[in-house]
Write a protein that binds this ligand. Structure first.
Ligand code: SER
Length: 881
């Protein structure tokens, strides 16, 4: 009966091929056009519209092995993973489907044959039992009369509280969508394993394992508990690969099947964890490396929303468990090769995206490590001091709110240690916090946000000035009728040529002028669809509801436009030189420069930077017309126009199009032709965090200035160095060579001098019996040399007191006392006594101390006082030694 998971995959597919099924590949984990679904959660997802009769398909009998994730929505197993032998975030589902071809009888016979026939899985039929939806008599008769199950092998599962279609044996894809009654096949591990029979009120133990679910899709569930009967009922079956493998490999936990055995053993070996008993954490890590790797392979990256957030939660949970078994360094990404090996023939995606997966996992762990370590330290401390078994929700909230330590990690940590959290209290705190945050957010724009349903008519794409009407004036957040006396405030106009800061482009400045006054606009922002002009009265008065002229600072705007178009060209250039996968992380476009952040994992050498710069300048020289048009977001996505992953776009979006070079969603203002930019120059390129790099660049006159500046510097260097035959580089290389030689020589001389001075010093001492006392003054001596002198003297004179005074900017004192003499006087006591007498600060231990002397006395006096004091303290005692 034993079969490896790879053999099970093959046997399953061979069986259904032999029954005239067409094999379909697994669909992606992300079904793009289904907003009801976060991730693919069942084999039938890719056929949803066929089940609902919205689409037809030529193949009526299909089988597949589908990658599934159950980490969000109706089917969410994340919190259970690690704590039960059966739950996973990622798993493979073996399934067969019939679209109006066969129904109950054939689907049940197929399942039974594959499971029990000697040729196939060869499971003992007496070890199987089935559940049926409460009034599915037809399925009952098939199990009873055709398959010949005994009555105690067939269990009816009732609806909950007599409400129709609420039974466990009525399967629903999500909140809405295809659904229907199902019959499930269970494997009985035998009396020795505790466990309640399927359908029991309390679901305890692991004796009975659901291995196959055969769903008869008959309804379409709509909102408001509405069920529509489908014209053509179909069959959707699903068998978790990991579960059937646990049966065929005769193990009681999915985590003991070959795939997980390999991952867990691989982790243990790689990280020297042979003695680790904490299996839960190893299970969590081995499960989560699968889900997170497959999610990333499907182009989802960690973020704070939607799918990216689920991914982030999974990765962070795995890292937390890693820390709990002693994996302190960035470890998670290192498991990817182990995972790839374990998945055998099902690993193509992982192989293809291995580098990307590893990079993303590494960045996420690096970024999260500090928060995690701080949070765990606090949690451990708090839990050590717990009086009862309940963790104060204030602590959980503090961790979350102040440190950014995720609540689900605290929950998981507590679950592992059987510690409770007062969830009600915690939820109240979170709710209050949200309200406070919203209030804070709108504190300064309270009045303006009331106006938010209105819209300022932006005409700044085509005009730099306009006549318009003052709609609102605000001073200190209060709506007022006029503004005068050089007051600062905000103005809202009916129409405006002023661009409100957004999409990286800064706001315009300029003036708003009426018959009676001038308002100087120094910034423009946006709040919803309202454009707000921030500024100050320059002269006179501006009144509400009056006619004004709004004029932007054209010079500044034109510079911004050059920089904005150049930013798009830079983005395109980066994709061309570094590869399509670079992603924009942020940008700033003002009249002075461009700042552009993007994902890239390697350093850029000079050649690459120049190649990017050259590419952008080529685009500029082509003098291409910059077009703009409106299209739907859907269309923009289909056409693969560039947009920001984590920004929410309206249905209609504006595209800035520069031939085929760049098509980007953007609301900013741009030049008419790329040639207007004249020149593009990168002035800075560096990494700002792991995997994110920043380019700063300038255009037009500033770019020329940059070149002149460099030329000027070069000229100065030339003048200073005056190369013969003007071979500047050779001359500099020569100078550097000479310099290195001189440094070396100098070091040699210094060392010789040091030895000399050590020898001299070692000859001047006060000797009492066999004990030596040194008092010496040094001038401007380096620390390292002072220590060398001390070492030298110590080695030569084993019973000694060494007192050195180094005179540089300040007067430094160092005392070293040998072990023997430390019995009668200690370095730290002695320095305090000296400094008390001649004033200063210092400290140390019994053998070594140092301090700074802060005294107006002459050096001679200082030394003589030191001498006197030291000798008076030791003279008598030393003789007795
Ligand atoms: N859709 C059903 C399930 O996921 C059978 O594949 O259980």
């Amino acid at each position: 009966m034993y079969k490896t998971t790879e053999q099970i995959r093959q046997t399953f597919l061979n069986f259904f091929k032999s029954q005239n099924h067409i094999i379909y590949p697994s669909s992606s984990l992300i079904i793009d056009n289904d907003p009801t679904l976060l991730f693919t959660n069942a084999g039938m997802n890719q056929f949803k519209n066929i089940f609902l009769g919205l689409k037809t398909i030529k193949d009526k009998n299909i089988a597949s092995i589908q990658h599934c994730l159950r980490t969000g929505g109706k089917h969410n197993d994340l919190e259970n993973v690690g704590y039960t032998p059966r739950h996973h975030t990622f798993f493979e589902m073996l399934g067969n489907f019939s679209f109006g071809s066969y129904l109950k009888k054939k689907s049940i016979i197929y399942a039974w044959k594959l499971l029990t026939s000697k040729k196939w899985f060869n499971i003992d039929p007496n070890k199987l039992l089935v559940t049926i939806y409460e009034d599915d008599i037809e399925s009952y008769q098939i199990w009873k009369n055709i398959i010949k199950l005994s009555n105690n092998q067939i269990i009816f599962i009732k609806n909950k509280n007599n409400i129709k279609y609420t039974s466990e044996n009525f399967w629903k894809m999500e909140k809405y969508g295809p659904c229907g009654p199902c019959t499930e096949i269970f494997y009985d591990y035998g009396k020795n394993i505790p466990g309640s029979i399927p359908g029991s009120k309390k679901d305890i133990g692991n004796r009975f394992l659901e291995i196959w679910n055969i769903v008869f899709i008959q309804y379409h569930k709509l909102p408001k508990k509405k069920f529509i009967k489908l014209k053509s009922p179909s069959v959707d079956t699903g068998m978790g690969l990991e579960r059937i493998a646990s049966v065929l490999q005769n193990v009681q936990s999915n985590y003991d099947i070959d795939i997980f055995y390999k991952i867990i053993q691989g982790i243990k070996k790689k990280f020297n964890l042979s003695n680790t008993k904490n299996n839960k954490s190893l299970q969590v890590i081995s499960d989560h490396i699968r889900s997170s790797s497959y999610i990333i392979a499907n182009n989802v990256f960690p973020s704070n929303e939607h799918r990216g957030y689920v991914l982030r939660k999974i990765i962070r949970r795995a890292i937390r468990h890693g820390r709990s078994i002693g994996l302190k360094k960035c470890f998670f990404y290192k498991i990817v090769p182990i995972l790839i090996k374990s998945m055998k023939n099902a690993n193509h995606l992982l192989i293809r995206y291995k580098n990307k997966i590893q990079k993303i996992l590494k960045i996420e762990e690096l970024q999260f490590s500090e928060t995690l370590n701080k949070g765990l330290k606090i949690l451990k401390e708090e839990i050590k001091n717990l009086k009862n078994n309940v963790l104060d929700s204030n602590i959980v909230f503090y961790l979350y709110d102040t440190l950014g330590f995720p609540i689900d990690l605290t929950k998981d940590f507590c679950k592992e240690k059987n510690i409770q959290i007062d969830l009600n209290k915690l939820n109240k705190k979170i709710k209050n916090q949200k309200i406070i945050n919203v209030k804070k957010k709108y504190k300064n724009t309270n009045k303006i946000s009331m106006f938010v349903n209105n819209k300022t008519n932006f005409i700044g794409y085509n005009f730099y000035k306009t006549k318009t009407i003052i709609k609102k004036i605000y001073i200190n957040d209060k709506s007022v009728n006029k503004i005068d006396k050089q007051s600062t405030g905000q103005i809202i106009l009916e129409s405006t040529p002023f661009y409100g800061q957004s999409g990286g482009q800064i706001g315009d400045s300029g003036i708003i002028k009426s018959e009676n006054g001038i308002f100087e606009v120094y910034n423009t922002t946006k709040n919803g669809n309202i454009i707000i002009h921030h500024g100050k009265i320059y002269s006179g008065t501006i009144n509400k509801n009056t006619l004004v002229k709004a004029i932007i600072d054209i010079k500044k705007r034109k510079l911004i436009e050059k920089n904005h178009t150049a930013t798009h060209l830079l983005h395109a250039g980066l994709k061309k030189v570094l590869g399509k996968n670079i992603l924009q992380k942020g940008s700033l476009v003002n009249e002075k420069k461009i700042r552009f952040d993007y994902t890239y994992f390697k350093n850029l050498n000079f050649k690459k930077i120049k190649k990017i710069e050259k590419t952008v300048n080529k685009y500029i020289q082509k003098n291409i017309k910059v077009k703009n048009f409106i299209t739907t977001f859907k269309n923009a996505k289909q056409k693969k126009y560039i947009f920001l992953e984590n920004k929410i776009y309206q249905n209609n979006v504006r595209i800035i199009s520069i031939n085929s070079i760049s098509n980007e969603l953007c609301s900013g203002t741009h030049v008419y032709k790329t040639g207007e930019i004249i020149l593009f120059k990168i002035i800075n390129e560096n990494s700002i965090s792991f995997g994110t790099r920043r380019i700063e660049a300038v255009t037009y006159k500033k770019a020329f200035k940059e070149i002149y500046k460099k030329e000027k510097k070069l000229n100065i260097i030339k003048k200073l160095i005056q190369p013969k035959n003007s071979n500047l580089i050779k001359k500099i290389q020569n100078i550097l060579k000479i310099q290195q030689k001189l440094i070396k020589n100098n070091k040699n001389i210094e060392e010789k001098l040091l030895i000399l001075s050590m020898k001299t010093i070692s000859k001047k001492y006060i000797k009492i019996n066999n004990h030596y006392i040194f008092f010496h003054i040094l001038y401007n001596e380096q620390q390292s040399y002072i220590f060398k002198i001390i070492d030298y003297l110590q080695k030569k004179f084993q019973s000694s007191i060494i007192i050195l005074i180094n005179i540089s900017k300040k007067i430094y004192l160092k005392i070293k006392i040998s072990k023997k003499l430390s019995k009668i006087i200690q370095a730290n006591t002695l320095i305090l006594k000296i400094l008390k007498k001649i004033s200063g600060k210092g400290g140390g231990n019994i053998y070594f101390s140092e301090g700074i002397i802060n005294s107006s006395l002459s050096i001679k006096k200082i030394i003589s006082k030191c001498k006197k004091l030291v000798l008076s303290k030791i003279q008598n005692k030393i003789k007795k030694l």
